[in-house]
Ligand binder design. Sequence first.
Ligand SMILES: *[C@@H]1O[C@H](CO)[C@@H](O)[C@H](O)[C@H]1NC(C)=O
Ligand SMILES: *[C@@H]1O[C@H](CO)[C@@H](O)[C@H](O)[C@H]1NC(C)=O
Ligand SMILES: [Zn+2]
Length: 498
Amino acid sequence: MTGQNAEWKLFKFLKVLLFSVIFLITVLFLVATVKTFTFDADAGLLLGKWENTTAISLHLSPQQRKNQLAHFKAAIQIPTVSFTETNVNTSALREFDALLRKVFPKVFSSSVVQHEMVGSYSHLLTVSGSEADLEPYMLLAHIDVVPADEADGWDAPPFSAQEINGFIYGRGTIDNKQSVMGILQALEYLLERGYTPRRSFYIGLGHDEEVNGLHGAVNIVKLLKSRGVKLQYVLDEGLAVLDGVISGLDGPAALIGISEKGQATVKLSVSSAPGHSSMPPRESSIGILASAVKRLEENPMPRLFGYGPERGMFEHLAHKFGLPLKFIMSNLWLFSPLLSRVLERKPDTNAFVRTTTAVTMFNSGVKVLELVESTVSDERVKVELVNGFDPLPISSYDEQAFGFQIIKKTVQSMFPQLTVAPGVCVGNTDSRHYKDITQDIYRFAPSWFKPGDPQRFHGVNERISIQNYEEIVQFYFQLIQNNDIRKLPPPHSSQHEL
Ligand SMILES: *[C@@H]1O[C@H](CO)[C@@H](O)[C@H](O)[C@H]1NC(C)=O
Ligand SMILES: *[C@@H]1O[C@H](CO)[C@@H](O)[C@H](O)[C@H]1NC(C)=O
Ligand SMILES: [Zn+2]
């Protein structure tokens, strides 16, 4: 090393995060139970007051159920892996496209469905409704998966779709091919039964969600914008049904994600004064940076969320957030330990090595910078925000929130025992790209998670039970029909007044 002007720049993306774990954590936050949300459960859905639009029921013969499962397994067996933003398995994506066309012939030939490829491998389906004045909605899911290596300890090869004790094992079984196949299978069944929607809707299947959706979701949104499309709401992956995963919560809860975390990428740099190589400064620039990075690594999330000086601030600001953030913020004593436990788990799998990040927080970049600066606590280290985005706006979830109530009604009619509550999704999804064309983005599929299951996300032994896959098909089958009501029944409160 010569003693010339040395400016060391290091893009250090702290791996503090979770992404990986899309929801799991998620969970922690949300929490339905708590008294803040009981109103939600109590309000009820007044099912009797809803316009009846679910006239088509789904009865499947054993042979049809077998075929349905075979389609799903075939989808899991195609390794549609996204390695990096510029390296996705295009041959697998082409194969996947061919599979969809083969197993869902009605979807690809019906006169009410228009199909387009976007960004080469993503799919946009436009399903035209009979009543043009009803604002359309959109269902999202993604085709790509993160890498998986059998050597990490899988009980079955990750692209085998092997069946073990009623579960299908494989990468993509819960993230997110259950929704890709579930949505299209439901539409196929509806079309076979002569269904035409009243309310138009779109289906967007991204091919690069795991690496930010820059070719898929971003281009789908561009196309929709160019057509002047505004959406009533968007439903994407995200949260799920949690059963025994949140301690203290009795009984399973369906958590519908109404927001998701922001993200920040921070650059650290040190400029050292010119010197001479025979007289190196006692501390080199690289040394200064290295210790800064070390401090950040040694003080990850717990410091950044919930335990640092910001804790008081969050608690103080809590009343400025809508529920459920308010609830989380006012209960950091409860959520921080859970959060840090999740964070302790190293995101060992692949995709994240590259993504490394960032600081995930429910507030903006400025606050993130302050936290990084105070952790580094060395004035010679310059801290800059390279890029990032704020947390997503909170979607509505009151009695007049069309999408939220449709999802809730669908869930409750299938699973009357579930509590349904809003939650915050800590992972990011393709749906964040849709915020300019809709006010309301929801993140949910009725995948059931029991203790130990959240770790399967982007982890080993990702799996889904055969029964749960069938429920997911059923969910979309009902949901699509439930969307055909013209408007929600009048609010609960005014019913009482009448
Ligand atoms: C809705 O209508 C269909 C057919 O018109 C009927 O089979 C079904 O039972 C109705 N559902 C309810 C809840 O009334
Ligand atoms: C890409 O997908 C094809 C199947 O279409 C598969 O044979 C191949 O092994 C995959 N490549 C990688 C690098 O995973
Ligand atoms: Zn996903």
